[in-house]
Design a protein around this ligand. Structure first.
Ligand code: CA
Ligand code: CA
Length: 377
């Protein structure tokens, strides 16, 4: 019983009232090298911009206790508590952001200081979580997700060092002006005192604080990888597929992408879309027709339907014939049939890489025009 009590005490973690570093990994999620790298990236950007970013990673909400308060109600409460005590950012500028992660609860929040609300409004903070952090976290690339988030935050802040707030031009105030100002100030102070004393006033103040708080809330639930995906591919498989794309693109200027979904969606008046039509749709929605040489290739698979298609842009189609696509199709079909999903994709990517390297050899000035990681719908 004593052991049980000790264990319970040991499990509840009290965050410190001041951060010990920029990266505060209370969940032991990151390796030492990853942590050092993140520290370095933040420190560099901090020197250039003056704005500060801190990261706080907790195991779960349940594992945290606030000193003198006990259990925490939600990620908002925890973030606001941290924001108020850690005081990230320069004095008087409030130009700091705390990235709060609750690992097991799959929740992330950006607590943005008032000084940066203009550059990072709710919409932008939400987008950073959904588009930059969540996809990488889903693939368990935590350090990469956090680093990308830091860069995204700083790209909004801009490079100009944050100078102290500029004073406006000096205004000459006449005697009468000052008198009026004093009267206004006295009225404001009396009103303020009255408000905080009366019950209604206190309620009003509380309401105002809640509104301010709500404006700062940026909660976005990280979605777990869907079952249809995890049944066939692990996070490691997805990493390996992304690596095979990177590898294939090392020899060619062309861009390869892999897109997965459970079913080919139904179209109006028809039982379902043809997978090739769907691949064309996805190709466009992923912006794949924007490559300079029109040489993007999409491998599209509807996993639960056992249907797939390979869609190459016009630049490629003009150079390889139908026979080529059919050969790749056969290689993939055989492996998908026996459940070797990762192998089917990796082999197709490798084969595409070989063919593309001969038609579109990589130039020294080549850019990675499209992301290499698997997109999932
Ligand atoms: Ca390229
Ligand atoms: Ca690429």
């Amino acid at each position: 019983m004593l052991l049980g009590l000790l264990l319970a005490v040991a499990l509840a973690f009290e965050p410190p009232t001041a951060p010990a570093a920029r990266v505060n990994d209370y969940a032991n999620l990151l390796g030492a090298a990853e942590r050092d790298r993140l520290e370095q990236v933040i420190a560099e950007r901090e020197r250039a911009t003056g704005a500060q970013v801190a990261i706080a990673i907790f195991r779960s909400l349940e594992s945290v206790q606030l000193p003198g308060k006990g259990a925490v109600g939600g990620i908002e409460e925890l973030s606001i508590w941290l924001g108020e005590r850690w005081r990230i950012g320069q004095k008087g500028l409030d130009n700091g952001v705390i990235v709060v992660v609750l690992l097991d609860d799959r929740k992330i929040r950006l607590e943005v200081g008032y000084g940066l609300e203009g550059q990072i409004p709710d919409v932008v903070a939400g987008r950073i979580i959904a588009d930059t952090i969540a996809p990488r976290f889903r693939e368990r690339r935590y350090a990469a997700g956090l680093e990308a988030a830091v860069l995204a935050i700083y790209s909004r802040v801009g490079d100009a060092p944050n100078a102290p707030v500029k004073r406006g031009p000096e205004v000459k105030v006449t005697g009468r002006g000052i008198g009026l100002l004093v009267v206004f100030l006295v009225i404001a102070v009396i009103l303020g005192m009255e408000m905080s004393r009366s019950r209604g006033g206190r309620r009003l103040l509380r309401w105002w604080r809640r509104v301010r708080r709500r404006r700062r809330e940026r909660k976005l639930v990280m979605t777990t990888p869907p079952r249809w995906l995890t049944q066939r591919l692990t996070a490691e498989d997805l990493d390996m597929i992304a690596a095979s794309v990177t590898n294939a693109e090392a020899g060619t200027s062309a861009e390869i992408r892999v897109h997965l979904e459970p079913h080919v969606p139904r179209a109006h008046f028809r039982r379902s879309l043809d997978p090739l039509e769907r691949a064309r749709e996805v190709f466009a929605s992923l912006g794949m027709e924007t490559t300079r040489d029109r040489n993007g290739v999409l491998i599209y698979i509807a996993l639960d339907d056992h249907k797939f298609a390979i869609f190459g842009d016009e630049g490629i189609h003009a150079r390889v014939g139908d026979g080529y696509w059919q050969a790749i199709r056969d290689v993939m079909r055989e492996r998908l049939r026996r459940g070797a999903t990762r192998e089917a994709i990796v082999i197709a990517v490798e084969e595409l890489g070989r063919a593309l390297a001969s038609h579109f050899p990589r130039r020294p000035d080549d850019v990675d025009e499209l992301p290499n990681r698997v997109s999932v719908e």
